[in-house]
Design a binder for this molecule. Structure first.
Ligand SMILES: [Zn+2]
Length: 250
């Protein structure tokens, strides 16, 4: 018997009232759990077998496969399904995590990050695009892709009026060091944008969500964090396209 805390990132329907759950856990990384009979009306495990449920799961481990015995919900984020944009963003978070998380490699900071993002998404007191940027950049930092934002990667200048962020390689060049080059995957950073990126990538998790970003910067910040994530993971996400269609269709 195994007890762990985890967040259901995805549920997949099987025959005979069963489901497979992909759960991001505190001790076992991302695992697949077979939840038997949970689609049956009145099943005691019905609600804990849904996407965006965070619970203490009690599992049995039979021949390398996990089966759900019981669970106690800790925090459910089901209210997300009542808001298309929030749900689409949460689905994007899930798709990214399903792509990068691995079994037997727990990362508690990543679990904290997604739980906090979902919490503030539900609460609705942070701009939705800010939560997206925080998720994208901080996730990269917590999984070994912290960009070098200390200063220009050649002369170490801490600030510069014309700093350029190299989104492909996660480094910066000041105006003196950039030289002639193709700037397709570079992004100009003014002092505010640079401050935001440093804060999100490097500050303590306790203070991460206290960041205040001026409204006019949210679009730029999103372009940077989204592209950085995409270039680092070399992957495009369908759920992101859907989210962007919703946002842009407004
Ligand atoms: Zn320089």
């Amino acid at each position: 018997m195994l007890t762990l805390n985890g967040l259901v990132l995805r549920e997949r329907s099987l025959k005979d009232n069963d489901k497979f759950l992909d759960i991001l856990t505190d001790t076992h990384g991302l695992i697949e759990v077979c939840a038997k009979g949970v689609k049956k009306p009145g099943s005691k495990n019905a609600s804990v077998s849904q996407a965006f449920c965070y619970a203490k799961y009690c599992l049995s481990d039979t021949g390398g496969r996990y089966y759900l015995n019981s669970a106690e919900p800790i925090r459910t984020f089901f209210e997300l399904s009542g808001d298309m944009e929030k749900f689409a963003l949460a689905s994007y978070f899930s798709e990214v995590l399903l792509y990068i998380a691995t079994q037997e490699k727990p990362n508690n900071e990543v679990l904290r990050l997604i739980l906090n993002c979902l919490h503030f998404l539900c609460l609705g007191n942070r701009p939705i695009l800010l939560l997206k940027s925080i998720f994208e950049l901080r996730l990269m930092s917590e999984t070994g892709y912290t960009p070098n934002l200390i200063g220009c990667c050649e002369c170490y200048a801490y600030t510069s009026d014309d700093m350029q962020f190299d989104m492909k390689n996660g480094r910066m060049f000041c105006g003196h060091c950039i030289g002639p080059r193709d700037l397709a995957d570079y992004y100009p950073l003014d002092v505010n944008l640079l401050h935001y990126l440093r804060y999100i990538a490097l500050t303590d998790m306790e203070r991460l969500f206290s960041i205040k970003v001026r409204k006019e910067y949210l679009g730029n910040l999103n372009e940077i964090t989204e592209r950085y994530c995409e270039l680092r993971l070399e992957k495009q996400f369908n759920t992101l396209n859907f989210f962007k269609e919703l946002i842009n269709g407004k």
